[in-house]
Write a protein that binds this ligand. Structure first.
Ligand code: GLC
Ligand code: GLC
Length: 839
C-alpha cells in the first residue's frame, strides 16, 4: 500500500477539522446554510450556492468532473507591490491556494459547524470566513487582510463569482439560448447610508422569474467586471485571468454570454494594520407587481435591506456568534463523555453535523451528486429523519408531512420529490416496495422524541391533491397494507422495481444500455420476485406499529376508539407473525437468510448460487427483527456476516462479488467487483448488522464492526487511501474484491449518517427515546469504562452515568434522582435529573 500521508487534524475544542495541505486527495468540502440558502465549499474555496433547490434555483455555476478537479468557486485574487518586492506587481495568489496555485507561506482551511475559514499567507495574510447567517438568504465572505510586516503594503484585490442561469440543468446544455439571455445591473456609486458596490444578476427576471441574486462588497471599488470572457480572456483559465494578470479591471457590462461578478479594490496596509471587507452573495424574491422601479430597472429594496443588515464587520461577527450559539445548542442535546476522543468527537460533533446535512439535502447536492439528478428520496428522507429528529423536531414534523403528501392512495409512493415544489418526481415514479415502510420508521421516531401524538391527526393529501386528505395515521396504515397487499408466492413481499437496494432490479431484464435500471420494468406481469430485506423491515416496522396502536388505545378518550386501535394492533401483529413464519420457512438458507427470490422464483443469496451467495441487507433486517432467534438463526446469521462479509474496512454488501452481468438481477451485477452495490462496503447497511449484534447482546462484535467504519478511526490510518473527507462517512468504501480496497466514494450524502447515529446513540450507548420516557439499554465491548451522556429530552434534561462493569449487555439497576426505577425506562418528567445505571 502507498504511504499514508496526513492532510489535517481534528480540533475538537473548536469543533473543526483543520486542513493544512491544500492538495487533499479529493476536494474536502463543507456545507453552509441551514434552511433556504445553501452553499457547498471545498477546502480551496470551490463549490457553489443555491436557494432551496440545487436544480431549479442554482445561484452560482459549478463544473463537475473538471480538469483540474474542483475548478470554479468564490475566488479572491491578490497582487502586491511593496518596497521589498522591488516596486513590481508580484504574481497573483489566492488565500485558498487555488486557482493560481502560487506557493503560500501558510495555508489552512478550518471546516466548522456551518462555516469554513480559509487562510493563506503570502507576505500579507488573507483570511476568509465563509458562512450563511441564520435565516438570511446570503453567503457572507468576510475577508481580513493583515500586514504583519514592517513596511507599507499596496495590494490589488479582485473578487470573483460566476453566475449560473438558475436552472442548473439547462445552464449546462441549452447554449443556443443561454448565450443570449444573460443580464446584469451594476451599482457602483455609494447609496445613501449604504456604501459599497453591488453587481446584480437578473437573467430571465424580465420574464417569468421574480428573483435575482447579487454580489456586494461593503467598500468603495476602483473597478469591476461582469462579462466572463472580458475578465478571464477566452484562452486563459481561472488561474490567469487577463484582468488580474494585467492588474486592471475592464468595467465590463455583460450582455448575454456568461455573466460574472468581480469587484476590483485597491488596498493599502500600514505596518501592523489589518482591514476587513465584507462580501455578500445574496438572493432576493420580489412580488410580481413590485419587480421593477423603472423600465428595465429592478427593484433593489430588499437587496439593500439585506445588505444593510450585514455590511460591517461588527454586524457580521454578531451573525457569526449567533450561528455558533445555534450549533452549541443543537450539539448540547446529546453529549457523551467516554474518554475515547475518537468516539466522542464523532458522537458529539461530526456524526450529528452530517445528520443535519443529509436531512437538509437528502441525496441531492454534493461533490458526487450533481444537484440536478435527484431530489428528496422518500426512503432516504425518512431514514435521515432518525438522525435529525432530536435536533429540531419541528422541522422533522414538517418533513414527515411533506413526504407523506407524495404518497398514493394504495400506500405506494413517489420515490423522490423536488424540494422547491414538494411535488413527486414523475421521471422516477414509484414502485419501490420498501418505500412505504420507512414512513412508519420516521414517524415513530418523531413521536418517541417529542410525545407529539397530535401529528397523527394531521390531514395529509395523496399525491398533493387538494381534497384527498386523510389523517397521517391513515397514511401509516395504508403503508403497512401496501406490503401485505403485495405478497408473492412464498408469502414474502414483492420487491417491485427494487427494495432498499436500488440495484436489485428483478423485473428489469434489460439489454438496452439506454434504459434506466431503476425505472424500467420489461416484464412485470406475473412477477414473483420477492425480497427478504422487505420481509425483515416489515417485521421490525410492524412491531413498532403495533406498539404505537397499543399506546393510542391507552390514550383514546372513548372505548370504541380504544377497541379499534387494539383490533388494528392485533391485525398487524398477526401479519408480522405470518411474515416471520414465511421467513423461517422460505427465507432461511442454513447459515444465513436468503436475499430474495427472482422473477422465476429462484433463490438469490443462497449457498446454491454460483456468486453472491450471501447478502448483508437481509442479515441486518432479519436479525433486527429477531426472526428465528430461538432456533439459532440470528446468531448464525451474525456469525456468517463476520465470516463471509467482513474485511479490513467493514462488511461488504454481498459475497462473492458478481463477476458478470446477470440480466435477471439488473444493475447490481453491472458494477465491477467490489464497487457500489456489487460487494462494495456500502456503509449504510453495516449499522443494520451492528444493531442486530446489539439486540443479540454481542457488544464486542458490534463495537468492532462499528469502529471499522467510524471516520475518526479511518482518519488515523488511511487518509490517502480513503481519499474523501475524514470527518464524515461516505456512502461506499471499495470492498475487498475491488482494485483498491478501502478507497472511499460518495461522501456526505448517505443514509450512513443517520444509521451511524441511531446505532451509536441508541443501541451502543443505549439511550433510546420512547413514548413514556427514555429506555436505557446499552450494548458495549467488555473493555468499555464508565461514561456519561447528557440528554435533553422534551422539557427534561438527564445526566446519565453508566457503569458497564465489564458487561456487554443487561441493565441491572437504574437509580433516578436517588430512587430505584423498575425496568429499563426512566419515566419522563420535566426538569433536571440525575441517573445512575449499573450493568
Ligand atoms: C443510494 C440511494 C438509496 C439506496 C441505496 C442503495 O444511497 O440513495 O436510496 O437505498 O443507494 O441502493
Ligand atoms: C445507482 C446507484 C445507487 C443509487 C441509484 C439511484 O443505482 O448505484 O446507489 O441509489 O443509482 O440513483
Amino acid at each position: 500500500m502507498e504511504e499514508q500521508k496526513r492532510y489535517g487534524h481534528f480540533d475538537d475544542q473548536h469543533r473543526e477539522y483543520v486542513i493544512t495541505d491544500p492538495k487533499t486527495p479529493w476536494p474536502w468540502i463543507n456545507y453552509l446554510g441551514n434552511e433556504d440558502f445553501f452553499s457547498l465549499i471545498s477546502n480551496t474555496a470551490g463549490g457553489y450556492s443555491f436557494y432551496k433547490d440545487a436544480k431549479f434555483r442554482r445561484i452560482t455555476r459549478y463544473r463537475y468532473n473538471n480538469v483540474p478537479m474542483d475548478n470554479g468557486g468564490r475566488y479572491f485574487y491578490i497582487r502586491e507591490n511593496s518596497p521589498s518586492t522591488g516596486g513590481n506587481w508580484e504574481e497573483a495568489w489566492n488565500p485558498g491556494w487555488k486557482p493560481c496555485k502560487t506557493p503560500l507561506d501558510f495555508y489552512e482551511c478550518r471546516h466548522g459547524m456551518g462555516y469554513s475559514r480559509i487562510t493563506g499567507k503570502n507576505g500579507v495574510e488573507a483570511s476568509v470566513l465563509f458562512f450563511v447567517p441564520l435565516k438570511k438568504w446570503a453567503e457572507v465572505q468576510k475577508l481580513t487582510l493583515k500586514n504583519e510586516s514592517a513596511e507599507v503594503k499596496r495590494l490589488k484585490l479582485f473578487s470573483f463569482e460566476e453566475w449560473c442561469l438558475w436552472n442548473a440543468a439547462t445552464d449546462m446544455e441549452n447554449f443556443q439560448r443561454n448565450f443570449s439571455t444573460g443580464e446584469v445591473e451594476i451599482e457602483t456609486s455609494p447609496l445613501e447610508g449604504l456604501g459599497g458596490a453591488t453587481i446584480y444578476h437578473k437573467t430571465e427576471y424580465r420574464e417569468r422569474r421574480n428573483h435575482y441574486a447579487f454580489y456586494h462588497v461593503n467598500t468603495e471599488i476602483q473597478g469591476f467586471d461582469t462579462d466572463r470572457e472580458t475578465f478571464v480572456g477566452l484562452y486563459n483559465e481561472f488561474a490567469n485571468p487577463d484582468a488580474v494578470m494585467e492588474g486592471r479591471p475592464r468595467n465590463s457590462h455583460a450582455h448575454g454570454w456568461s455573466p460574472i461578478a468581480s469587484h476590483y479594490i485597491e488596498v493599502t496596509l500600514q505596518p501592523g494594520e489589518s482591514k476587513d471587507f465584507v462580501f455578500l452573495l445574496g438572493y432576493v424574491e420580489n412580488e410580481q407587481d413590485k419587480k421593477f422601479i423603472a423600465p428595465q430597472v429592478i427593484n433593489k429594496e430588499k437587496a439593500h435591506a439585506l445588505i444593510a443588515e450585514l455590511n460591517t464587520a461588527e454586524k457580521v461577527d454578531k451573525a457569526f456568534a449567533e450561528l455558533c450559539a445555534y450549533w452549541d445548542a443543537l450539539l448540547n442535546i446529546y453529549h457523551v463523555k467516554t474518554g475515547n476522543d475518537k468516539l466522542d468527537r464523532m458522537v458529539n460533533i461530526w456524526n450529528q453535523y452530517q445528520c443535519m446535512v443529509t436531512f437538509n439535502f437528502s441525496r441531492s447536492a454534493s461533490f458526487f451528486e450533481s444537484g440536478i439528478g435527484r431530489g428528496m428520496g422518500f426512503r432516504d428522507s425518512n431514514q435521515d429523519l432518525v438522525g435529525f429528529v432530536h435536533q429540531i423536531p419541528s422541522r422533522a414534523r414538517q418533513r414527515i408531512i411533506d413526504i407523506a403528501s407524495t404518497q398514493f392512495p394504495d400506500g405506494g409512493c413517489y420515490h423522490q420529490y423536488q424540494p422547491l415544489t414538494k411535488r413527486g418526481n414523475n421521471d422516477i415514479g414509484g414502485g419501490f416496495n420498501d418505500d412505504p415502510c420507512w414512513l412508519i420508521f420516521g414517524t415513530v421516531a418523531y413521536i418517541k422524541e417529542t410525545g407529539d401524538f397530535g401529528i397523527l391527526d394531521e390531514m395529509v393529501p395523496f399525491d398533493n391533491q387538494p381534497g384527498s386528505e386523510v389523517t397521517l395515521f391513515e397514511h401509516l396504515k395504508i403503508s403497512m397494507d401496501h406490503v401485505i397487499n403485495n405478497l408473492g408466492p412464498h408469502m414474502l413481499p414483492l420487491i417491485g422495481r427494487a427494495d432498499w437496494n436500488d440495484c436489485l432490479n428483478l423485473n428489469c431484464f434489460s439489454w438496452d444500455p439506454n434504459e434506466s435500471f431503476q425505472t424500467t420494468e420489461n416484464v412485470s406481469e406475473g412477477t414473483k420476485a420477492e425480497s427478504l430485506m422487505i420481509a425483515g423491515l416489515f417485521v421490525v416496522t410492524a412491531k413498532e406499529y403495533v406498539s404505537l396502536c397499543h399506546k393510542l388505545a391507552r390514550l383514546s378518550s372513548s372505548q370504541d376508539t380504544a377497541l379499534a386501535y387494539e383490533a388494528e394492533a392485533d391485525r398487524m401483529a398477526a401479519a408480522a407473525d405470518a411474515m416471520t413464519e414465511a421467513v423461517k420457512k422460505h427465507g432461511w438458507d442454513g447459515e444465513w437468510y436468503l436475499r430474495a427470490y427472482d422473477f422465476y422464483g429462484r433463490k438469490i443469496g443462497s449457498h446454491e448460487c454460483e456468486e453472491a451467495k450471501i447478502f448483508i441487507e437481509s442479515q441486518g433486517w432479519c436479525t433486527m427483527a429477531e426472526i428465528g432467534a430461538d432456533e439459532g438463526m440470528v446468531a448464525k446469521s451474525l456469525d456468517s456476516c463476520k465470516k463471509y462479509l467482513e474485511c479490513e474496512h467493514g462488511m461488504v454488501l454481498n459475497n462473492p462479488a458478481f463477476t458478470k452481468y446477470i440480466y435477471e438481477y439488473g444493475e447490481i451485477s453491472s458494477y465491477p467487483e467490489g464497487y457500489k452495490e456489487n460487494a462494495g462496503i456500502f456503509c449504510h447497511n453495516n449499522p443494520w448488522v451492528i444493531i442486530g449484534e446489539c439486540i443479540a447482546g454481542r457488544g464486542n462484535d458490534a463495537w468492532s464492526h462499528y469502529a471499522k467504519i467510524l471516520p475518526s478511526y479511518v482518519e488515523e490510518k488511511y487518509q490517502t487511501l480513503h481519499k474523501v473527507e475524514p470527518y464524515v462517512n461516505c456512502q461506499m468504501v471499495a470492498g475487498k474484491d475491488a482494485f483498491r480496497p478501502g478507497e472511499g466514494k460518495n461522501s456526505w450524502l448517505t443514509g450512513t449518517a443517520a444509521w451511524m447515529w441511531y446505532t451509536v446513540s441508541e443501541f451502543i450507548l443505549g439511550i433510546k427515546p420512547d413514548y413514556d420516557g427514555i429506555r436505557i439499554d446499552p450494548c458495549l465491548p467488555e473493555t468499555a469504562t464508565d461514561y456519561t451522556v447528557s440528554r435533553k429530552f422534551r422539557d427534561a434534561e438527564y445526566e446519565i452515568t453508566i457503569h458497564p462493569n465489564g458487561a456487554q449487555k443487561g441493565v441491572k439497576q437504574i437509580v433516578l434522582d436517588g430512587f430505584a426505577v423498575e425496568g429499563t425506562v426512566i419515566p419522563y418528567t420535566p426538569g433536571r435529573h440525575h441517573v445512575e445505571v449499573v450493568m
